[in-house]
Design a protein around this ligand. Structure first.
Ligand SMILES: Cc1cc2nc3c(=O)[nH]c(=O)nc-3n(C[C@H](O)[C@H](O)[C@H](O)COP(=O)(O)OP(=O)(O)OC[C@H]3O[C@@H](n4cnc5c(N)ncnc54)[C@H](O)[C@@H]3O)c2cc1C
Length: 492
């Protein structure tokens, strides 16, 4: 039962960070109200309709399951009681224009064998060393960076000192692209592992080498959510509701009100004002910096907390019948040269030739439903785009896939493409960037804002806050926000 006069918390945004904060705070007995502009929970974890049912239009690769297990455990229940996660034996299937293909497996021995068959014993040896180094990096950074409320430089340094395998990736100024060039003789493997920079909105040539640890998040397991990723967001919202949180959809927070440097209320687009003791802002911190939630919130963060911006994407969602190569759930069709993909993006233009990620959503089990299947295709892009980009994007997507032998019937049309400008509208203040502040540069992780802001009672959760973008990271940011509120409340 809730204690008398519980702290009143307004969570602005039902994205993963906001939902995880809401679950934890409601489970502690806080009086939680979650509001979101959109009609359903999930934020970027959204679906779009298609002839074959709702298609996942956001995240599809679920890693670090234990982070989500912790959220459900904090509310006295377990993840598997609410959603069914299916472990994927095949992590992803990769295709190059020269006809070569490579599968990465959950079983490392199977991956060693696949890489040896793909590119020979030197490539296998390269990968074994890279995998060991990445595992060491992951171990060095997990507790003091990802799990900690702020990056703990001294602990990171100590962890790294005792792990010599991490040193090459931590050399000052060493980029992911440079690190991979030294790690792999085979350019295709450089290209494959360079892609991990894009998972957090970066380009391999400008992202720090430490991002090679992202591979280890995948190596520890990838899961599909039965019924689609959106089920996870719905399960978190239902859990928060069961713990007493109230949800209001279709309402936008217009202003965070304050008195004497302390948050007092949130003014909504429907004319209501919700009085509160604290606010968790789950939108992009750039919205606060731009003043979209009023002056007090604008002054709560430095401009450097949200700029420069990370990458965006063109995202196709559709149902169709495919012909051609045997797709797995996660597939990558690589550009013939990474420079053709990332060079133009770095200059704010559409890639001359993109790497195409395809999620074949219905392929997580051996038996496929009859009729058309659901697909999502992602092309990385600079955050700004012009309306004509969709036409260009189409000509750079489907004819290219046809060169790999892959065709779709029917070929998707414009409305099923969300371009960067579409994301800019869906997520105000983001300018189309999907991962908050850019991860480029050695210090990027330290410049991302933490849960606390300079305005008392205003906290951040989400991919734009520490520890960064991606579903597990956003979930951790929700934990950090909830814990900061709880600690600060005890102090006052
Ligand atoms: C196409 C795509 C593919 C991706 N693939 C993966 C993947 O495979 N694996 C992975 O781990 N991650 C992936 N990501 C990243 C991952 O989806 C995000 O990092 C994560 O979901 C972000 O969660 P968040 O907490 O930042 O909230 P968001 O998803 O950003 O949601 C924020 C919510 O706040 C609401 N909001 C903002 N301002 C206001 C306001 N003023 N009033 C009311 N409501 C407001 C918005 O409406 C929104 O619903 C992908 C992202 C995209 C877009």
């Amino acid at each position: 039962m809730r204690k008398p006069n519980p702290p009143r918390i307004v969570v602005i945004g039902a994205g993963i960070g906001g939902l995880c904060a809401a679950v934890r705070l409601a489970a502690k007995g806080c009086d939680v109200t979650v509001i979101d502009t959109h009609a359903a929970p999930g934020g970027k974890m959204r679906t779009l309709p298609s002839a074959a049912g709702p298609v996942d239009a956001g995240p599809t690769v679920l890693t670090m399951r234990h982070v989500l297990e912790d959220v459900f455990a904090a509310a006295g229940t377990s993840l598997e009681d609410h959603v069914t996660l299916l472990p994927l034996p095949l992590l992803a299937r990769h295709w190059w224009q020269d006809g070569s293909t490579l599968d990465l497996h959950a079983d490392l021995d199977a991956t060693y064998a696949a890489i040896a068959a793909f590119a020979g014993s030197q490539a296998e040896a390269d990968f074994r060393r890279f995998n060991r180094q990445s595992a060491q990096l992951y171990a060095a950074f997990d507790a003091p960076m990802m799990q900690a409320p702020r990056p703990q430089l001294a602990r990171i340094a100590l962890n790294a000192l005792t792990r010599p395998a991490t040193w090459p990736a931590l050399l000052p100024g060493r980029t992911l692209a440079q690190h991979l060039a030294r790690s792999f003789h085979d350019p295709r493997l450089r290209q494959l592992f360079g892609r991990y920079a894009t998972y957090v909105g970066g380009i391999p040539d400008y992202s720090p080498a430490v991002l090679s640890l992202i591979w280890r998040a995948e190596a520890q397991g990838v899961w599909a959510v039965q019924g689609g990723m959106h089920r996870l967001a719905r399960a978190l919202a239902d859990l928060a509701t069961a713990k007493g949180a109230a949800f209001h959809y279709g309402v936008t927070a217009r202003k965070i009100e304050s008195r004497n440097g302390q948050v007092t209320a949130v003014a909504l687009s429907d004319g209501q004002t919700l009085k509160c003791d604290a606010v968790v802002f789950n939108g992009d911190p750039a919205a606060l910096v731009a003043g979209l939630l009023g002056n007090a919130a604008q002054l709560a963060l430095p401009a450097s907390a949200s700029s420069p911006r990370s990458l965006s994407a063109h995202v196709w969602t559709f149902a169709a019948t495919p012909t051609g190569p045997d797709l797995a759930l996660h597939n990558l069709f690589f550009a013939s040269d990474p420079a053709l993909e990332f060079g133009p993006i770095a200059e704010g233009r559409l890639s001359t030739e993109s790497t195409l990620y395809i999620c074949a959503q219905d392929r997580h089990t051996p038996t496929r439903p009859p009729g058309p299947e659901r697909f999502q295709i992602i092309l990385n892009a600079a955050p700004k785009s012009t309306p004509g980009d969709i036409d260009q994007c189409r000509t750079r997507t489907f004819p290219r896939l046809a060169r790999f032998g892959l065709t779709f019937d029917p070929t998707p049309v414009d409305p099923s493409c969300t371009p960067p400008s579409g994301f800019a509208m869906l997520f105000p203040g983001s300018q189309g960037a999907l991962y908050g502040r850019s991860p480029h540069g050695m210090l990027a992780s330290f410049q991302r804002p933490g849960a606390r802001t300079a305005l008392r009672g205003l906290y951040l959760a989400g991919g734009g806050a520490h520890p960064g973008a991606g579903v597990p990271m956003a979930a951790l940011s929700g934990q950090h926000a909830a814990e900061a509120i709880w600690k600060d409340r005890a102090l006052t």
